[in-house]
Design a protein around this ligand. Structure first.
Ligand code: NA7
Length: 538
């Protein structure tokens, strides 16, 4: 760490200016009066929505639930235009929030953090950026998101490709012109499923390289009507209450009935109605879809039938519906005419399970079966999720131990919030918290408010240091595993929830699957018991 640049000192440093970093800044600066600063790699606020500008980028949470709930005035003054917000609109919203709460003056943009080291004697975190700036603070709070480290698979030959290639999570701000081009897209997760119909409408030809076939339910996106807005204005409290009290933070509840409480005909009617309504709510049609494989099979079969009904070419339909994992065991995508796009003559799908990619050549992609000539390759290949964004910060805790060493066998922490050996470091939506299994703003607000409450309590008691214990971590890791094993989620062996999409990454189920409302109660109890599981000192 360079000693040449002057050290700017703060009470708290926050890394990242997305949903979580912005709210954390507001909470610490404007509620507690702390001297706080955000360091942000991008040139603007927005995090995920700053970087993910790929065609079709849209949130799968319904817009009226994809916002902060901490300010009634903010809730009342913002109007979303569509059922699901598109990336530019979310970015406008986040800029509106930043301006409304005057956040940008305490955000340093173009400041990618490259190292953070805890100085035991001074009880301070020292943070450096790529530009060589040097900061110190008592508290270090990571607000780096769960899906911010792009995963570009190491396919041999990429550097020789004569065309252009892009990862969806690092999309050029000026956009990409696909007109008349031969495009190859690798990946059929939520991102790929959003991108296909939009790219297909512009490209000369689109070849989708599919490794794992995926479920998707129609989003049925549409403009929000004045009637809906009026309903929302008079039911806002209830909507927020629902989001805070459900397991997944969405504005709908999970049905109480079980799959085999109803007969086959009634079940079909329920699934048809859910399909017609669209969106992530399909998963909430029955309470046991995520815990009982036989129950799940009924939803799985329903969606596969739908795919085969939509896609006219039997070869493409067979490839797209050959899904090998339970429905929603991987993050279930929702779409706008995804399967319909395969009925276009300029769209084809390649089954990588039958013909794996061997290499990228100067002119395209070569599978074990043939060459696919391409002008552009789109990597919709996801992220080094949850741990990736934290590990690339090069965090060094007490005694020089790195986070990478502490997590060599997978992430271990307490409540997803703190790691033993890393005092005064808090990780917003860290592994071991509900995060990606929840509507993100709800998960983020809960973490920010808990951290803010904790720092406030420490300051009121004259305490300067908080660190969790090995025992607390051990207990929490066991609880995270128990919660995951009570569901079908670990059964999707290629899921990024398990780290399986990144070669060499430890296979550990990372998010907490015990439900957001339950998790909130646990965190509240920990605080009420004087931060049980943490050691506080002055
Ligand atoms: P995902 O969900 O991780 O999807 C990535 C896709 O890319 C998925 O279909 C992968 O297949 C595929 N992939 C990844 N690596 C390769 C290689 N090497 N070869 C071929 N195919 C590959 O990322 P998304 O960006 O779509 O979504 C991430 C989250 O953002 C989403 O869940 C929402 O929460 C928002 P695989 O399934 O691994 O076989």
């Amino acid at each position: 760490m360079s000693n040449s640049s002057p050290i700017a000192s703060y009470d708290a440093l926050i890394i990242g200016a997305g949903f979580s970093g912005m709210y954390q800044l507001h909470a610490l600066r404007d509620r507690l009066g702390l001297k706080a600063l955000v360091l942000e790699a991008g040139s603007g606020v927005g995090g995920t929505w700053y970087w993910n500008r790929y065609p079709g980028a849209r949130c799968d949470s319904e817009s009226h639930s994809y916002n902060y709930t901490f300010s009634k005035e903010l809730l009342a003054e913002w109007r979303w235009s569509e059922r699901y917000p598109e990336q530019p609109e979310i970015l406008r919203y986040l800029n509106h929030v930043a301006d409304r709460f005057d956040l940008k003056r305490d955000i340093r943009f173009d400041s990618r953090v490259t190292g953070a080291r805890y100085d035991e004697a001074a009880n301070l975190w020292h943070v450096t950026t790529e530009k060589g700036d040097h900061y110190s603070a008592q508290f270090l709070i990571t607000a780096v998101g769960c899906l911010s480290t792009a995963n570009v698979p190491k396919i041999p030959g990429l550097e020789e490709f004569a065309g252009d290639w892009y990862h969806t999570g690092q999309w050029p701000h000026g956009g990409v012109d696909f007109t008349g081009k031969r495009v190859g897209q690798i990946g059929t997760g939520s991102t790929g499923i959003q991108a296909v119909p939009v790219i297909a409408a512009q490209a000369g030809h689109l070849t989708v390289f599919q490794r794992t076939a995926n479920y998707s339910v129609p989003a049925h996106n549409a403009p929000l009507t004045p009637e809906f807005q009026a309903w929302l204005d008079s039911n806002r409290e209830e909507v927020v209450q629902t989001m805070r009290s459900t397991p997944n933070g969405h504005p709908f509840t999970i049905a109480e009935r079980k799959v085999f409480d109803v007969d086959a005909e009634e079940r079909e009617r329920i699934y048809e109605a859910a399909w017609a309504k669209g969106g992530l709510q399909f998963r909430a049609s029955f309470q046991d879809l995520l815990v009982d494989k036989t129950a799940n099979d009924t939803a799985s079969e329903f969606i596969k039938r739908k795919i085969r009904g939509i896609v006219k070419d039997p070869r493409k339909a067979a490839i797209l519906s050959d899904i090998d994992h339970p429905y929603a065991a991987k993050r279930p995508p929702i779409d706008t005419h995804y399967f319909e796009a395969y009925n276009r003559p300029n769209v084809d799908v390649v089954n990588l399970r039958e013909e794996p990619i061997e290499r990228i050549t100067p002119t395209g992609i070569k599978t074990s079966a043939r060459d696919y000539p391409l002008d552009i390759i789109v990597f919709a290949t996801g992220f080094d999720a949850m741990t990736g964004p934290l590990l690339r910060l090069n965090i060094q805790g007490a005694g020089g131990q790195s986070l990478a060493e502490a997590w060599a066998a997978g992430p271990r922490n307490y409540l997803g919030l703190q790691v033993a050996g890393f005092p005064n470091l808090f990780t917003i939506t860290g592994p071991g918290s509900p995060s990606v299994l929840c509507n993100m703003p709800i998960a983020i607000e809960q973490h920010v408010e808990w951290i803010t409450g904790c720092i406030d309590a420490m300051r009121k008691r004259g305490l300067r240091r908080i660190e969790t214990t090995e025992e607390a971590m051990e207990g929490w890791v066991a609880e995270v595993n128990r919660a995951a094993d009570a569901t079908l989620l670990p059964q999707a062996k290629h899921s990024w929830y398990l780290g399986a999409n990144v070669p060499g990454k430890p296979r550990v189920f990372m998010p907490y699957a015990g439900g957001m409302a339950h998790y909130r109660r646990i965190c509240d109890q920990v605080a009420a018991k004087g931060y049980e599981g943490f050691v506080l000192s002055d």
